[in-house]
Structure formats: structure tokens, C-alpha cells
Design a protein around this ligand. Structure first.
Ligand code: ZN
Length: 294
């Protein structure tokens, strides 16, 4: 034992240092998020301050990534067109690929049974698609685990079955897992209890308190399917059942940026309106000139 003791001490110090390093990430976690863009390449040209479009989003995201290279970038679903419009979706898929999202939730607009051309598109392009409460295709993962600096981040995404069924008869044949049971298992099975959970809920209405209560208090919940009026100061980041619920708004008009303060254990959020003060990405604009106003 005497000979082993110094080695045991060294081993203990190594283990403790490793655990401290994980417990005290050096930089805040930054999450960039979008939603409900509906494959708009440019803005809709509507209203007094037109905003949105993937070409403008590219400029804003590239700029923020230079500032925050470890930022996680997520979309909460309905990033393709609301109709079966293969040319518009083809262009949107190519631009979304170029934007290098870390996770793309599957809304009902991305459900492969809704648009037959999506399956080959997803396979060919290769995107980080995530859907946790149904298995519909091997290219779609049920969770995405990321490491950013010292942060471990787990992204899960839930789609309300009724929304999928509205767009696709095929969806009726799919078994959707019970969201509560799936969440309980996910939280229980988390290998590293200090990792950050980001849960996307693509659904009608509010996320129930019962479901929110299953999530760790520091989780970031991101809403999808918000096709209505949006005011970032009112709807952008809310406290519901003691959890942080972020909302990217409608029409891809905003790029959300959520920042987790480790000391205060709280999220804050800023919203960048993607209006015409932000130039569209010139390289992408040369390639993708489709008029996608809807
Ligand atoms: Zn939707």
C-alpha cells in the first residue's frame, strides 16, 4: 500500500482536475437559433421593415461565428417550404448546408413523407437532422451530442404527431414515442450530468408544465411552429415552470442568440432582426436568385 499510495494520490488529482475542468467551462455557452424560415431565400418584401431570408441570415451568422467560434447553431423546424415546392426546397437545402447548422429539427414541412424528393435530398446533402419522438429515416438522428470547448451539449427535438399527420398520410402509420417517457429516459441516461440539454418542441401552443418539469432547470427549451405575431421583448425568452423557453419567432425574421451565464445559472437572449440593414451574402446571392416570396 505504501508504494502504491503516491500513485493513487496522482491519479486522484488527475481525476479531480478533470472533473473541475468539466464543471467550470471557461467561456459562456452561446446558442444561435432560428425557426420557421419556410425556405425563404430573400425577405418577403412585406411590411414597413422587411426582414428574413437565408441570404441575409448567412451574413449575420458568419459575423457572429467570427466573434463566438464555439457557438452552437440550431433551427427549430419548418425551415423548408410549407408546400411541395421542389425547386425552392432544393435551393434552401443547399444554403442550409452551407450555413453549417449543428442541429436541424424536423418540423412537419420537413417530414419526408410530405415531399418524396426530400429523402434523396437529405441523403445527398447530409444534414444534422434531429427528431427524438419518431423514427422515420436512418438519416435522421434521435439526438445530437456536441462538444464545444469544455461544454457538452445534447440536442433533442420533439414534433407534435398531429402536425406531421396533417402533411403526410404516411405519418399516420408511424409510431410516435410518448414524449414524457422519452424525456425521462434521456435525462436519466445522461452520462455527464453537467452537460447542457437543449430541447426543441415543434408543436401547437405552449409546452406543458408537466413536460417542462421533467427537464433540468438550466435546460434551454426552443419553440418551433410559431406562425403568428412575434415581439422579441415579449415572446423571445420566457420563464415557464422555472425553465427557460426561447422562441425564434416567425418567417425567419430574427436570429436569436442565447447565452448561458454559468455563475448565475441563467440564460439571457438577444434577437437580431434580419432586415435590410444587413446585406445579403454576395456569393450565395449570385447562385440563388429564386423569387421565393410567399
Ligand atoms: Zn410546423
Amino acid at each position: 500500500m505504501n508504494r502504491l499510495w503516491p500513485w493513487l494520490q496522482i491519479w486522484l488529482v488527475i481525476v479531480l482536475m478533470r472533473d473541475m475542468a468539466v464543471a467550470q467551462p471557461s467561456a459562456p455557452l452561446v446558442v444561435l437559433f432560428t425557426g420557421n424560415n419556410t425556405a425563404q431565400i430573400s425577405d418577403c418584401g412585406c411590411g414597413p421593415d422587411p426582414a428574413g431570408g437565408l441570404l441575409r441570415l448567412a451574413t449575420a451568422v458568419d459575423s457572429l461565428r467570427r466573434q463566438y467560434p464555439d457557438a452552437v447553431f440550431i433551427d427549430s423546424g419548418d425551415w423548408l417550404s410549407s408546400y411541395a415546392n421542389s425547386e425552392q426546397d432544393r435551393q434552401a437545402l443547399a444554403i442550409v448546408k452551407r450555413l453549417q447548422y449543428d442541429a436541424l429539427a424536423v418540423g412537419e414541412y420537413e417530414w419526408p413523407g410530405f415531399k418524396p424528393y426530400l429523402r434523396s435530398g437529405y441523403r445527398k446533402i447530409g444534414l444534422p437532422l434531429v427528431l427524438t419522438n419518431a423514427h422515420i429515416d436512418s438519416v435522421i438522428r434521435n439526438q445530437i451530442v456536441l462538444r464545444r470547448g469544455r461544454w457538452g451539449v445534447r440536442v433533442v427535438a420533439f414534433l407534435e404527431p398531429e402536425l406531421a399527420r396533417r402533411k403526410s398520410a404516411e405519418a399516420s402509420n408511424h409510431a410516435f414515442a410518448d414524449i414524457r417517457a422519452r424525456l425521462r429516459r434521456l435525462v436519466r441516461s445522461a452520462v455527464d450530468r453537467r452537460e447542457m440539454l437543449i430541447a426543441i418542441f415543434h408543436q401547437f401552443g405552449e409546452v406543458s408544465h408537466e413536460i417542462l418539469n421533467l427537464l433540468p432547470e438550466t435546460s434551454l427549451i426552443i419553440r418551433g411552429h410559431w406562425h403568428r405575431r412575434f415581439a422579441p421583448e415579449r415572446d423571445g425568452l420566457q420563464r415557464v415552470a422555472g425553465r427557460w423557453v426561447a422562441n425564434p419567432g416567425d418567417n425567419g425574421e430574427y436570429l436569436g442568440m442565447a447565452i448561458f451565464d454559468l455563475e448565475k445559472k441563467r440564460w439571457s437572449a438577444n434577437f437580431i432582426r434580419l432586415n435590410r440593414r444587413i446585406p445579403e451574402d454576395a456569393e450565395l446571392a449570385k447562385k440563388y436568385m429564386l423569387d421565393t416570396q410567399q
